[in-house]
Design a protein. Structure first.
Length: 271
C-alpha cells in the first residue's frame, strides 16, 4: 500500500473508532466490540491500586501469551496517550466489571465516581484484534458471522504465578474446518500481542472444558459438522487471578467489551 493510500486508510479507521468511542463514552453503545473498529488493536483492561501493580506486572511478564502487555498508565492518570490521543479509561469501555475483595460486585458503564488517585491501568492484547486479520485472510469468524460475543471458557491450563496472582487460563474458542484451521494458526501466529497461535485444538475435555454449548463467559456459537474447535488464550484470564488474589478493589472490562485503541494491528505484528 502506497504511503498516501495508507495514511488515508488509517485516518478512515481512526475516524470510525472515534465515532464508536464517542458512543461508548456517552453510554449509547454498551455491547460487545467483536467485529468493531476493523484493523485497530483492541485491549483487555485491568485497573488496580498502585500497591498491587508490581505483582500484576510480574504476572503479565510470566504469562505473555495469556496477558500480552501493550500499555501501562501512570498512577492516577486515566489517560494512555500511547494508545489513544484523547482516551479516558474511566469512560471509554462499554461496560466495566468491579471486583471487591475478589468478588464480582457490580457492573457499570462509567467509573469516574470509583476512580482513585493511585489506580494503575494495564491494557492487554485481545483476540478481537486477530479476528480482523482472520477475516482479511478470507476466513469466517463464527461469532462475528452470528453477531454474538465470542465463547470463553475456564480451562485447566495453569498460569505461572507471580506474587499474589495465580489461577488457570481462560480460553476463547472459534471453530474452523481443517484447512481453515491451518490458515487460522498461520495468521494468528503473526500476532503475539493478540495472544498469538491457539493453545489447544480439538477435544475440549483435554483442557478441562465439559460442554462447549455452555461457555463461562460470552455466548455459545454454532459448531458445524467437520469443524474443529480452536482455543486461544484469553484476556479474561486475569479476572480469575483477581478472584484468587482478592485485592480490595479492582476494575476490568466486562468480557467481550473491550477498549478501542488508535493503533493498527499491523504495528504489533511479527513479519
Amino acid at each position: 500500500m502506497q504511503t498516501a493510500d495508507y495514511s488515508d486508510f488509517k485516518q478512515s479507521v481512526l475516524d470510525q473508532a472515534a465515532l464508536l468511542r464517542s458512543r461508548i463514552r456517552s453510554g449509547e453503545h454498551t455491547g460487545t466490540t467483536s467485529g468493531a473498529a476493523h484493523s485497530l488493536i483492541q485491549g483487555n483492561v485491568v485497573i488496580l491500586p498502585a500497591d498491587w501493580a508490581a505483582d500484576f506486572l510480574m504476572y503479565c511478564q510470566n504469562n505473555p501469551v495469556a496477558l500480552p502487555l501493550i500499555g501501562v498508565s501512570e498512577p492516577g492518570d486515566p489517560a494512555l496517550p500511547e494508545l489513544g490521543r484523547d482516551l479516558d479509561i474511566r469512560t471509554d469501555i462499554p461496560e466495566y466489571q468491579v471486583f471487591r475483595d475478589g468478588a464480582r460486585a457490580e457492573t457499570v458503564t462509567d467509573i469516574r465516581e470509583l476512580w482513585q488517585g493511585d489506580f494503575v491501568t494495564f491494557v492487554l492484547g485481545c483476540s478481537f484484534s486477530f479476528e480482523d486479520a482472520l477475516t482479511r485472510a478470507g476466513l469466517t469468524v463464527r461469532n462475528v458471522e452470528q453477531g454474538s460475543n465470542v465463547s470463553m471458557y475456564r480451562s485447566s491450563i495453569a498460569t505461572r504465578p507471580a506474587g499474589r496472582f495465580h489461577g488457570n487460563m481462560v480460553v476463547s474458542m472459534r471453530p474452523f474446518n481443517g484447512a481453515d484451521a491451518i490458515r487460522a494458526i498461520q495468521v494468528t501466529t503473526r500476532l503475539p500481542k493478540a495472544h498469538g497461535a491457539p493453545v489447544h485444538i480439538g477435544d475440549p475435555s483435554q483442557i478441562g472444558i465439559a460442554d462447549l454449548a455452555k461457555p463461562d463467559f460470552g455466548d455459545p456459537v454454532t459448531i458445524r459438522e467437520g469443524e474443529l474447535p480452536l482455543f486461544w488464550a484469553c484476556g479474561v484470564t486475569p479476572q480469575l487471578a483477581l478472584e484468587n488474589a482478592r485485592p480490595p478493589i479492582a476494575i476490568t472490562h466486562v468480557p467481550g467489551k473491550m477498549l478501542l485503541t488508535e493503533r493498527l494491528n499491523e504495528e504489533l505484528a511479527v513479519l
